[in-house]
Design a protein around this ligand. Structure first.
Ligand code: ACM
Length: 633
């Protein structure tokens, strides 16, 4: 059976499923509606770029900069185009009929019109950039088409952890550019954790003079093979953080800061030990942890996990956090302030006479209720400043704060429960491929990661609206987010590698209607074009394995395997002699034909190498003709 379906599948593939994609299907995320027209818009340097107001002109400049870098010439910018003039026109005329963030594009032989306002016009420009193919000669032609588009969710987010590994502002801006290109509108900035406090707080200078530096980091995967004995430091000044907020806002991205509490607080406690239940105790370090420097006293953590030393719920801690939040609120204009709330062990609260007495006084029946008391006090403070809290789904435990939004990360259950309690929800379940720190394949060629397995196809297949909810409850699902924790990710290039192509899958599930999702079209037609652009512009990414490659073991005596490049312009090389493929192996240029004698097997190994030399992992497919050491399927 397997053999028949395999050959049937090959026949279908060669019947045109791999045909050159139409320009209308280049866009990620897939627009709501794309209608092909007739003819082509030929973009040449006689084309003018028209925009009549300041916002339109700013967007026109963005588009022109893109045209310069991709087509090699700039367009003349004008306030309005004459009737017969070939023009790209940016306008908000008619935008009042569009929904929030929505836009329209109409391309005819002499007009390329982008309609929208604010984020809508910005997204029209992003789509227009994607529609422009790479230069061919001195003209670029775009098929006539009409696009009408708007997002499925108002919150389309991604979280980046800069505590475990700090990233400079220059990288944060590059990352924000990437989010903007894919219509992701929320950058959740995880600024504090056990391994480093990364935001200047003027009232508490030790948060950064002490809390932003750890003396070393474990080597390799937890518990590590040693300690690198290299201090790891870094923080953002308030001016830098404001600059990031400004930069993001220009790209219609809201920055949501996260200040972790009551757990993941080791860096703050290293700076101000009185924030701990037990200021006199040493930072908890397992006996097997390789540690840089003294183990005595309080320290910024050098290893990863969940630690018992959490904030004590004292009046001193609340004033500290309120003062910190005052400064955070002054930097970040976002509606949401993320207060963390995840993974707070209750060990110290159980051992602490102060915590037990407080629970008695407040009538709290257990430490979960103490956590809820903690979060509710913080929520009240933040609400008093006109903002709302958002927190990881543990904030449900012990009772949800009245106005809180829940980020459902431990599967979907927290999100379902919060929606049933009429609370807004952002879905970000690790089990559904949205933890983009996980591995993208099971190959030993993958770099060290925290674990897990989350190929982009998994995120792509996820629908953020749980079936368990009724129509009223579904309205509380405000959006979806992917999370990039950086325990094992230091250079920006590895962040990009982990994020791509998974952020593109996120973008499509966050923006496009479910009915427009099409994994085959995404993987085979659009992704190869987008990855080729990353390749050209020096953005790192995970190189997919060949399209059409059967996985695992296939059975037969003669094999005819047709493949397609997963990145436009890349090359596939293969071996069947057991050796690791490289550029010296056989290049794939037509179907791989392999004959296997009875009772034997061959191992087909492939690698993809892109024009800029990026490599996929090496794949292995077993071609078996009744080999005895291979299980029949
Ligand atoms: C989390 O992954 N600890 C929210």
């Amino acid at each position: 059976m397997k053999k028949i379906s395999f050959f049937l599948c090959l026949a279908l593939l060669s019947a045109g499923a791999f045909a050159q994609s139409a320009a209308t299907s280049r866009i990620i995320p897939m627009p709501v509606s794309v209608k092909p027209g007739s003819g082509q818009f030929i973009l040449d340097n006689a084309t003018v770029l028209a925009a009549s107001d300041a916002e339109g002109m700013r967007m026109a400049d963005l588009l022109n900069a893109y045209i310069v870098s991709h087509a090699g010439f700039a367009l003349r910018e004008v306030k309005s185009a004459t009737a017969g003039q070939k023009a790209i026109v940016l306008t908000k005329e008619g935008a009042e009929q569009l929904s929030a963030e929505g836009y329209r594009i109409k391309i005819t032989a002499n007009r390329f019109t982008l309609t929208g306002k604010g984020a809508g016009l910005f997204y029209a420009v992003q789509s227009a950039m994607q529609l422009l193919p790479e230069k061919s000669g001195s003209v670029v032609s775009v098929p006539a088409t009409e696009i009408s588009d708007q997002p499925r969710f108002s919150y389309r987010g991604t979280m980046l952890d800069v505590s475990r590994h700090f990233q400079p502002v220059s990288f944060i801006k590059k990352y924000i550019d990437l989010l903007a290109a894919y219509k992701i509108n929320t950058f959740h900035w995880h600024l504090t954790d056990d391994q480093g406090w990364r935001l200047e707080i003027k009232k508490y200078p030790k948060l950064t003079s002490v809390g932003s530096t750890r003396a070393g980091t474990i080597i390799g995967h937890y518990p590590g093979t040693g300690n690198d004995l290299m201090p790891h430091s870094g923080f953002y000044t308030q001016e830098q953080a404001k600059e990031v907020v400004r930069y993001a806002a220009e790209r219609f991205i809201t920055v949501v800061p996260e200040i972790e509490m009551p757990g993941h607080a080791s860096a703050a406690i290293a700076a101000y030990p009185e924030l701990s239940c037990f200021p006199e105790r040493d930072t908890p370090v397992g006996p097997k942890t390789a540690w840089a420097g003294s183990r005595k006293g309080k320290h910024v953590q050098q290893t990863f996990g969940v630690f018992d030393d959490v904030f004590v719920p004292s009046e001193n801690t609340f004033s500290f956090l309120q003062n910190v939040l005052d400064e955070v609120i002054a930097i970040f204009p976002s509606k949401y302030i993320h207060i963390g709330g995840d993974e707070c062990p209750k060990t110290y609260w159980k051992e602490s006479a102060f915590c037990q007495q407080l629970m008695k006084e407040k009538g709290l029946k257990d430490e979960h209720e103490l956590q809820s008391y903690f979060i509710q006090r913080i929520e009240k403070y933040i609400n008093g400043k006109g903002r709302s809290i958002i927190g990881w789904d543990e904030i449900l435990e012990g009772g949800l704060a009245p106005n809180a939004t829940v980020m459902s990360w431990r599967g979907e259950a927290g999100g379902i429960e919060a929606a049933k309690q009429n609370h807004d929800v952002i879905m970000t379940p690790g089990s559904q491929g949205l933890y983009i720190d996980h591995k993208q394949s099971n190959s030993p060629d993958e770099p060290v990661t925290i674990g897990g397995f989350a190929p982009y196809t998994k995120a792509y297949s996820y629908d953020p609206v749980p079936k368990e909810l009724n129509d009223d409850q579904k309205k509380y699902i405000k959006g979806v987010q992917a999370n990039l924790w950086t325990e094992y990710i230091e250079p920006g290039s590895k962040i990009e590698y982990q994020a791509l192509p998974r952020l593109l899958a996120l973008s499509e599930i966050a923006w496009s209607p479910v009915a427009r999702k099409d994994l085959k079209n995404f993987s085979e037609d659009r992704l190869p074009l987008h990855l080729a652009r990353f390749d050209k512009s020096g953005i790192s990414y995970w190189v997919p394995t060949p399209v059409g490659l059967p996985e695992g073991t296939i059975h037969g005596d003669a094999f005819n395997i047709e493949l397609k490049q997963p990145v436009k312009g890349s090359k596939i090389y293969y071996t069947i002699d057991g050796f690791r493929p490289s550029e010296t192996s056989t290049p794939y240029d037509s179907a791989i034909k392999v004959v296997v004698p009875k009772g034997e097997k061959r191992i087909l190994k492939t690698i993809v190498i892109t024009p800029n030399g990026r490599r996929s992992v090496v794949t292995e497919t077993i071609l078996s003709n009744g080999a005895t050491d291979v299980k029949a399927k």
